[in-house]
Design a protein around this ligand. Structure first.
Ligand code: C2E
Ligand code: CA
Ligand code: CA
Ligand code: CA
Length: 273
């Protein structure tokens, strides 16, 4: 019958419509998510390669939607950026993370991701200063991770914001280096403290992994930056980083993102391979 023949053609169209509707309601749902306490943080440890000690904890945002279930940040953060919601959400993340790190004490550093949209806010440095003051976290314990989705130089206030943050004692990391828009000129034009290598580097075939990693570690050294390598999933990755003298390592092998700060901090240092 004609109806039976039409069905397979209609299905993709209606699936596409559903997907569109689903995308259309995301900003509204996200707006409510903050007020309804559907957002939370998990923390992933970053280890010093030399001795396996926890050097920092990176705060990562989670959204557990009552209608969608857990929504991954790679899906909802772009929506939050487009709608401008990343500004209040980002401030919430920073405040929660700083409060948790301050309460936990210790000398490890707290890493918080900042969106380029937040960097367009001329009062970002004052916002950070206010949160540090309110939570009692010392500026030296805070690292702000910035992904260069667009050239930083496009934002006139970015340079002044970076200067003010560093003057306060806050460290800055350039995230996802080796992927996307990151390039050497951003290392020259802006003062960072840390360079985080994207996990795609460790995912290279074995013949390329070591020479590429060595070259990137040399780049970090040439700019006086500490190197953090992301995506350590296999024992051989961890062994390679230690052999090449990388500064810091992060990845599922060493520690997964977990709610609360306790788990990784009480665990014994990761042993040498
Ligand atoms: P990112 O900042 O590069 O964070 C690292 C991501 O890699 C995290 O994903 C983490 O769970 C994952 N990861 C860590 N170790 C491994 C590993 O060994 N293997 C693999 N395959 N993955 C690993 P997550 O939590 O899904 O976050 C994705 C991205 O969303 C982050 O990438 C960051 O760009 C963004 N994001 C997360 N939280 C925030 C936030 O609070 N603010 C902003 N602006 N962005 C955030
Ligand atoms: Ca990051
Ligand atoms: Ca990264
Ligand atoms: Ca990323």
């Amino acid at each position: 019958s004609p109806t039976a023949r039409a069905a397979p053609e209609e299905e993709p169209a209606s699936a596409a419509l559903d997907a569109l509707r689903s995308v259309a309601t995301l900003p509204a749902e996200l707006r409510l998510a903050l007020a309804r306490e559907e957002l939370s943080l998990v923390f992933q440890p970053i280890f010093r390669c030399e001795d396996g000690a926890v050097a920092s904890m990176e705060a990562l945002l989670r959204w557990n939607s009552p209608v969608r279930g857990p929504v991954p940040p790679d899906r909802f953060i772009p929506v939050a950026e487009e709608s401008g919601l990343i500004v209040p959400i980002g401030a919430w993340v920073l405040r929660q993370a700083c409060a948790a790190a301050s309460a936990a004490g210790g000398s490890w550093r707290l890493s918080v991701n900042l969106s380029p949209v937040q960097f367009q806010q001329p009062d970002l440095a004052s916002m950070v200063a206010g949160i540090l003051r309110d939570t009692g976290l010392s500026a030296e314990r805070l690292v702000l991770e910035l992904t260069e989705q667009m050239s930083l130089s496009r934002y006139p206030s970015a340079r002044e914001t970076i200067r003010r943050l560093r003057a306060m004692g806050v460290a800055l990391a350039l995230d996802d280096f080796g992927a996307g828009f990151s390039n050497i000129s951003s290392l020259r034009g802006f003062r960072f403290d840390l360079l985080k290598f994207d996990r795609s580097i460790l995912a290279l075939p074995p013949a390329q992994r070591e020479p590429v990693l060595s070259a990137l570690l040399a780049i970090a050294g040439a700019f006086g930056l500490e190197a953090v390598v992301e995506g350590v999933e296999r024992p051989e990755d961890w062994a390679l980083l230690r052999r090449l003298g990388a500064g810091y390592a992060q990845g599922f092998l060493l520690g997964r993102p977990e709610p609360g700060l306790g788990a990784a901090l009480v665990r014994a240092p990761v042993p040498a391979p």
